[in-house]
Design a protein around this ligand. Structure first.
Ligand code: ZN
Length: 203
């Protein structure tokens, strides 16, 4: 068990979001640990008693998604300091949104990328809430990150082609989607496949 390097980004986000709040130092008083095994069969938890966040790092939980999950857990801490309790009420969502928007302003999270993670690659039950927040944030902004994914029948040569083209593999996507080969790009790419045997996911 060791503390994750990602926490410095998380602390910067909280410090920036609450820079005019007298209690900001208290909002920063929590610890983050990563686990390799599933945390209570879920991705992450926050325990108020010892002010500790535990988060699963297993290879599919990383990058913009990881920071957004950390923000969810840190929101529990901030709300706990503010109210002496924490839940998923509208107060919770307001804090979460403030932190998420700050992380996107700081360019720690690309909103378009995060949206695709929630839509196709992650099974967090949070998805619809976060996607709603992202849609509010990106309104009127130019899209600078495109997601493309394929679900194709197994074929050694096709897999080699995808790897060569920079695609990554995601074994378990959101409910009903698995074995996805995906890529993020700053330009909208033409699909590699057009066959009916292949499912194309685009965002
Ligand atoms: Zn929660």
């Amino acid at each position: 068990m060791s503390e994750i390097p990602y926490k410095s980004k998380l602390y910067t986000v909280i410090r920036e979001a609450y820079k005019h709040d007298q209690r900001v130092e208290d909002y920063l008083k929590f610890r983050v640990y990563y686990e390799k095994k599933s945390v209570r069969s879920f991705g992450a938890t926050y325990t108020p008693e010892n002010k500790t966040i535990r988060i699963l790092l297993n290879g599919t939980n990383f990058d913009d998604l990881l920071l957004s999950v950390l923000i969810h857990e840190a929101t529990h801490h901030v709300q706990y300091v503010m109210e002496g309790k924490t839940d998923h009420s509208s107060n919770f969502r307001n804090i979460q949104k403030k932190l998420l928007f700050t992380a996107m302003n700081l360019k720690y999270i690309n909103p378009f990328k995060l949206k695709a993670y929630y839509k196709y690659l992650s099974s967090y039950s949070e998805a619809s809430k976060v996607i709603q927040m992202i849609e509010e944030y990106v309104k009127g902004k130019e899209k600078d990150c495109f997601f493309i994914g394929y679900i194709i029948p197994y074929d050694k040569n096709e897999i080699a082609k995808l790897k060569e083209a920079g695609y990554k593999y995601c074994k378990h996507g959101v409910r009903g989607l698995s074995n996805i080969w995906y890529k993020f790009s700053n330009i909208k790419e033409k699909p590699l496949y057009t066959s009916d045997a292949c499912v194309i996911l685009q965002d």
